[in-house]
Design a protein around this ligand. Structure first.
Ligand code: SF4
Length: 266
C-alpha cells in the first residue's frame, strides 16, 4: 500500500477507510434523525472499531457498557486502556445490588451452574435489567452487529425498529467482515481484549466463558456446560451460524428481544 495514502487514511487501506467513512455516515445520519443516540459497547472486537469511530471523530454519542460484576480481569484492563487512550469515560451500568444479593442467597455465589433456569435468572439480573435501564427513554441505540455473524443478522438493516426496546437500532458495521474488524484494529493500533489472543473469540462473564478449539463455533465457549440450544442470555434470537457461515441453529424462542443482544454480547 502507498505509505502516504495509508497515513492520510489514519493507517487504513483505502477500502477500509471507505468502510469506516460509511459507518461514520450511518452514525451521523442517526444523530441527525434521532438526536438521542447511545452506543451499547460490548468491549468485543467490533466495539473497538465503533468506539474509535465515535470518539476519534467526536460524534455526540454516549457510550455505555454493563459491568455484571463477574467480568474477566482482562476485560476490566481493556476498559481502562480504552478510556485512557481517548481520555474519555464509558458510562457503566450495574445490576441492582438487592437482586444480586437475593440470587446469591437463593442459589449460591456460583448458582448459575445449577441449571438453565438459574443461569438465565443470573443473566437477567446482571445483564439484561441494567441494559434495559441504560436504553430506557432513548431514541436509538448503536450495535456492533455484522451480517457475517449469523443467519438472523444477515438479513438486518442498518436502521431497524427494536420493538422490544421501543427505540431504533443502528448497526453501522453490518457489512464488515472479521478480517475488516481486525485489520482496522491493527492499522489503528487499537487496544483489544488480550483473551482474543488466547482462544476467546466471544467473551462474556469469566465463570461462563472459556477458550475454544480451532474450528469450533465462535460461541462454543459461552455457557459451555449447557446444551447448545440454551446457550443464550434468554432474551435474544437463537438463530446463529454454527460453522464458518453455514449451518444455523434455530430455537422456538423467536419472541425475544434483539435489544438485549448487546448486553449478552459482553
Ligand atoms: Fe451470570 Fe454467567 Fe450470565 Fe454473567 S454470563 S450474568 S455470570 S450467568
Amino acid at each position: 500500500m502507498n505509505q502516504a495514502l495509508s497515513t492520510a487514511n489514519g493507517g487504513l487501506s483505502p477500502e477500509l477507510a471507505q468502510k469506516a467513512a460509511v459507518a461514520h455516515e450511518a452514525l451521523r445520519d442517526a444523530i441527525a434523525r434521532f438526536g438521542d443516540v447511545v452506543y451499547s459497547n460490548s468491549l468485543g472486537a467490533e466495539a473497538m472499531v465503533l468506539t474509535d469511530i465515535i470518539w476519534s471523530r467526536g460524534l455526540p454519542i454516549e457510550i455505555f457498557t454493563v459491568d455484571t460484576g463477574r467480568l474477566h480481569e482482562e476485560t476490566y484492563s481493556l476498559l481502562d486502556r480504552l478510556q485512557r487512550r481517548y481520555g474519555k469515560r464509558i458510562t457503566l451500568y450495574y445490576p441492582e445490588a438487592s437482586r444480586v444479593e437475593g440470587f446469591v442467597a437463593r442459589n449460591g455465589i456460583n448458582g448459575f451452574y445449577n441449571g438453565v433456569e438459574e443461569r438465565m435468572s443470573c443473566c437477567q439480573i446482571r445483564k439484561v435489567e441494567p441494559f434495559r435501564r441504560a436504553i430506557a427513554g432513548r431514541k436509538a441505540w448503536v450495535t456492533g452487529v455484522r451480517r457475517q455473524q449469523s443467519v438472523a443478522r444477515s438479513q438486518s438493516d442498518v436502521v431497524e425498529w427494536d420493538a422490544a426496546g421501543g427505540l431504533h437500532k443502528v448497526s453501522p458495521l453490518l457489512d464488515w467482515s472479521d478480517q475488516d474488524v481486525w485489520d482496522y484494529i491493527r492499522a489503528r493500533k487499537l487496544p483489544y481484549n488480550q483473551l482474543h489472543d488466547r482462544g476467546y473469540p466471544s467473551i462474556g462473564c469469566a465463570p461462563c466463558t472459556r477458550a475454544i478449539e480451532p474450528g469450533q463455533d465462535s460461541r462454543a465457549g459461552r455457557w459451555w456446560w449447557e446444551n447448545p440450544d440454551s446457550r443464550e442470555c434468554g432474551l435474544h434470537p437463537r438463530i446463529r451460524v454454527t460453522g464458518p457461515a453455514t449451518a444455523a441453529a434455530v430455537s422456538p424462542a423467536t419472541a425475544v428481544s434483539a435489544a438485549a443482544r448487546a448486553a449478552s454480547s459482553t
